[in-house]
Design a protein around this ligand. Structure first.
Ligand SMILES: Cc1cc2nc3c(=O)[nH]c(=O)nc-3n(C[C@H](O)[C@H](O)[C@H](O)COP(=O)(O)OP(=O)(O)OC[C@H]3O[C@@H](n4cnc5c(N)ncnc54)[C@H](O)[C@@H]3O)c2cc1C
Length: 405
């Protein structure tokens, strides 16, 4: 086994692989990426993400990270890019919501994105199987898309490996080597690997791993339902990942996309359920029989009520108090870097910015707003409460940025 690398990345999910890919793109390959699973069978959240990639945000940085990610996966992998740009729509049932959508159109323009308001008639044409009877209008963002997250992950891994980054699978990191406050290496079940710097990109396991150093992370793994229908007659013969825009329903915190000839949908309007990730080997759990399915609202897609499901997923991902990632070197812990709570949507831009920061360069995106210590003034319990509240309000931005110290 390798006993030394200048930069060690723990976690070969979309965050770790994107950082490795971008380091290699910048010509730096003294990198070892470790994962306790295999990239081809991801144990983490990336293996479950249905990959709705919406680029508009109240944060211009988040928007830029997502836009870059979309551009990256519109060309990677070269033979069959992971992103399908079908566009996204959000619907409004009253004028209050329409005003919010008008605000989002204005914000999109500020973010350099194309977006416009659409009538119920146009919504019905864009998504022919949507019932628009209760809808007064919506927003269309034409170049948003849906991502095959596994294909994106493997593309990043393959390119990074091809350029010389080392990957070590089925290797669990159990702790860190330190000299004073400086991290000088990591411990695995097979021995110690010394390094100049470590990037922790272990997703929902971040708080548990940081605990070994006595560091509390404001990162909370939550359960999230996502279900797939059986193949549908109306989508029969589908030849691409998706053909119609993905849909978001802000009133019911519900979203839906196509997966070839099936539909997939998820929702956030249930009681947020945290989980101790230290007890999990993979980022999914048994689907609770009570409390999930009865929260689904069917008025936009009444046929879903009677459509059988062929898969019900209770996935796990990370929430933070403002919904943003935790990025950068931990203050007072030289050599210890975080890339945590990274959504697939922002993974390309995060990888680029983190690679630049690790190499001491000016980052292309203003990610200092996501420095890991920004919630220092919140108790862990206050951070947890804010994160769970945000789970139910995930589409209702602007996010409560006043939480940030
Ligand atoms: C149901 C569901 C729906 C989602 N929908 C979307 C969506 O539509 N759009 C979107 O952008 N995002 C979505 N997400 C969120 C997204 O999947 C995650 O934010 C993202 O995949 C996290 O990537 P990651 O690389 O940080 O973590 P992960 O993918 O979890 O990777 C972490 C890796 O670290 C490894 N690891 C952990 N501990 C150790 C250790 N001690 N030693 C070695 N290796 C270790 C794990 O094996 C894993 O491979 C969804 C997630 C779920 C579960």
């Amino acid at each position: 086994m390798e006993t030394q690398a200048e930069t060690v990345i723990i976690g070969a999910g979309i965050a770790g692989c994107s950082i490795a890919y971008h380091l290699a793109e910048l010509g730096y390959t003294d990198v070892l990426v470790l994962d306790r699973g295999k990239v081809s069978i991801p144990l983490g959240s990336t293996g479950h993400a249905p990959g709705l990639l919406g680029r508009n945000s109240a944060s211009s940085t988040m928007s830029a990270l997502a836009d870059y990610t979309a551009q990256l996966f519109a060309r990677l992998p070269a033979d069959q890019p992971a992103l399908t740009r079908v566009g996204s729509v959000e619907v409004a049932r009253d004028q209050g919501r329409m005003q919010q959508l008008a605000h989002k159109v204005a914000r999109a323009a500020e973010n350099g994105l194309e977006a416009r308001l659409v009538s119920p008639k146009e919504l019905g044409e864009l998504v022919p199987y949507m019932n628009t009877a209760s809808v007064v209008g919506g927003i269309l963002i034409p170049d948003d898309g849906v991502l095959d997250a596994r294909r994106a992950l493997i593309a990043l891994h393959d390119e990074a490996a091809r350029k010389g980054v080392a990957f070590r699978e089925e290797t669990t990191v159990t702790g860190f080597e330190t000299e004073g406050n400086r991290v000088t290496g990591i411990r695995t079940q097979e021995g110690v690997i010394s390094c100049e710097r470590v990037v922790v990109a272990v997703g929902i396991w971040g708080a548990a791993l940081m605990e070994t150093l006595g560091i509390e992370l404001p990162l909370f793994p939550v359960q999230h339902p996502y279900v797939y229908t059986v193949p549908l007659e109306m989508l029969a013969g589908a030849t691409q990942e998706a053909a119609h825009p993905m849909v978001r329903d802000l009133d019911h915190v519900f979203y839906l996309r196509e997966h070839g000839d099936r539909l997939g949908y998820g929702w956030y309007n249930h009681r947020p359920l945290t989980v101790d990730a230290g007890q999990l080997m993979k980022a999914d759990m048994a689907f609770p029989e009570l409390g999930f399915m009865d929260r689904v609202k069917h008025d936009l897609f009444p046929f879903l009520r009677d459509t059988p499901l062929n898969h019900r997923l209770n996935g796990v991902f990370s929430m933070t108090p403002d919904g943003g990632p935790l990025l950068g070197e931990i203050e007072g812990r030289p050599g210890l870097w975080l890339a945590e709570a990274v959504w697939v949507t922002h993974s390309g831009g995060v990888g680029q910015a983190m690679a630049e920061l690790l190499l001491g360069r000016e980052p292309s995106f203003g990610v200092t707003e996501f420095q890991p210590g920004r919630f220092a003034a919140l108790s862990l319990e206050a951070a947890r409460q804010a994160s769970l509240e945000l789970y139910n309000n995930i589409y209702h931005w602007p996010a409560p940025r006043d939480l940030v110290t």
